[in-house]
Design a protein around this ligand. Structure first.
Ligand SMILES: [Zn+2]
Length: 443
């Protein structure tokens, strides 16, 4: 088999990260990325198409946060959360209250948050009950502080769509951790926020390329990564690298004879909680149930510094096969079998397929440039991307050509119950979500 080409990978990465840049789901750049990926896929694949789906686009024209310190208003960087509404061009203001969700939800009464600006020590509201209670307290707006990556800039993130659909939402911004420390030290009193633009209905898509196998009944293998990014981030590691790995793996495998079909998918809207991959498995549920055998996910696995990680949602035979291929190529990783719904493998697991996820971390909480503007080409290693493509290609080719599939082609039983529960609670299950409440959208 051919070896992955570092120069081709560099060219693809440069196009997606520097030429297209920011790729928010439903935006013009998202569309430009899909078209480039479709063109590249089409050069080597037997078939390629863009499968569109509706998406809520975060379309912010301006976002201005001001904090009053010593009687004077000062501007600070802030980033509106995905799935959170803007202020419809109005200015909202209130007194600052610091809130530690780790302990403050123990209070029976949260009415003291009414009309306040809640500075929240964390980025995720972990349970639907906490989300509902915070909303019912009716704060003016919420400023989230990412406690995983204490940063001097505002990171980006999103609210859980399932919670927004069920309970509604209010403006939620991410602010810089180190700014919040300053507000505390300098006794900031008030905050005010004006956002022009916000959420609007749009379209995104999955780019799907197929390499047909010689035996149509022998099963389908899937490999994918997402092309969209978080607000403000050009997403080199998260996740142009995953898409470029899939494009290169397809090129390596295109000329190889194979018995089973392999599909390569560049998913849209992963950053809104795997919207594209969930759409894909809902649309192709029957085909996946009848023919699907495995899913390989690549997301954020190319940081120059750090260590490789592997998330297994598959049996011991698949683990052994991939481990042998990787070790032979001097690629080692930490391992986990925990359930993780924050990746494009997850909807495939919910559809009954086994999977693994190539990842890479560089700090104890993940990656220090997570969802930040500086997740750019200077942070990634093209050699590592080539290595992941070579390993994926060998794994997929072995699986595609073995007379009998060399591992169980279904999700191991021990993952089933928790996966099904999470699929229902966070993704709305096979029916999907109710539409976004109209009042949260821009007119
Ligand atoms: Zn990602």
């Amino acid at each position: 088999m051919k070896k992955a080409s570092v120069s081709r990978i560099r060219k693809d990465m440069t196009h997606l990260v520097e030429k297209v840049g920011l790729r928010l789901a439903g935006s013009a750049e998202d569309r430009a990325a899909m078209e480039y990926i479709a063109d590249q896929f089409a050069l080597a694949a037997d078939e390629c198409s863009i499968e569109e789906f509706p998406v809520i686009c975060r379309d912010v024209k301006s976002e201005v946060l001001e904090i009053r310190i010593g009687g004077k208003w000062q501007k600070f960087p802030a980033s509106l959360f995905g799935s959170a509404p803007g202020t419809h061009g109005k200015t909202l203001s209130g007194k600052i209250v610091y809130f530690a969700p780790q302990t403050d939800f123990q209070r029976a009464d949260l009415s003291y948050l009414k009309d306040k600006v809640v500075v929240f020590w964390g980025t995720h509201i972990e349970t639907p009950d906490h989300y509902r209670r915070l909303l019912e307290a009716k704060p003016a707006f919420v400023l989230m502080t990412d406690t995983r990556y204490p940063a001097n800039c505002a990171l980006a993130d999103g609210l859980f769509p399932a919670y927004v659909r069920k309970y509604g939402a209010l403006p939620v911004m991410n602010v810089a951790y180190l700014d919040v420390i300053r507000w505390v030290d300098e006794k900031a009193t008030d905050a005010r926020l004006k956002i022009v633009g916000g959420l609007r209905q749009s379209t995104s898509g999955n780019v799907v390329a197929t390499l047909y196998g010689s035996d149509p009944g022998a099963g389908i293998l899937y490999m994918g990564g997402h092309h969209d990014t978080q607000a403000g981030s050009v997403g080199a590691d998260d996740n142009a690298m995953g898409v470029c790995t899939a494009m290169e793996t397809l090129r390596l495998l295109a000329e190889e004879p194979r018995k089973r079909t392999i599909k390569f998918i560049s998913f849209g809207a992963e950053e809104q909680l795997s919207v594209g991959s969930a759409e894909y498995v809902r649309k192709h549920r029957r085909e996946i149930a009848a023919q699907g055998k495995f899913m390989v996910n690549v997301d954020s696995a190319s940081s120059k510094v750090g260590w490789n990680t592997m998330l297994w949602q598959c049996d011991a035979r698949a683990r052994k096969l991939l481990t042998e291929i990787a070790h032979k190529r001097d690629y080692y990783f930490t391992e986990s079998t925990e359930l993780c719904p924050y990746g494009d493998h997850f909807p495939f697991c919910a559809a009954g397929l086994p999977a693994f996820w190539f990842g890479r971390e560089n700090c104890a909480t993940g990656r220090y440039f997570h969802h930040r503007p500086d997740d750019d080409l200077t942070k990634v290693s093209f050699d590592l991307i080539a290595q992941v493509a070579d390993i994926s290609a060998e794994f997929l080719l072995k699986a595609a050509n073995a007379p009998a599939l060399p591992f169980a082609g279904k999700l191991p039983e021990e993952f089933e119950a928790a996966t099904a529960k999470c699929w229902r609670d966070l993704f709305g299950g096979w029916k999907g979500f109710a539409p976004m409440p109209e009042e949260l959208l821009e007119k």
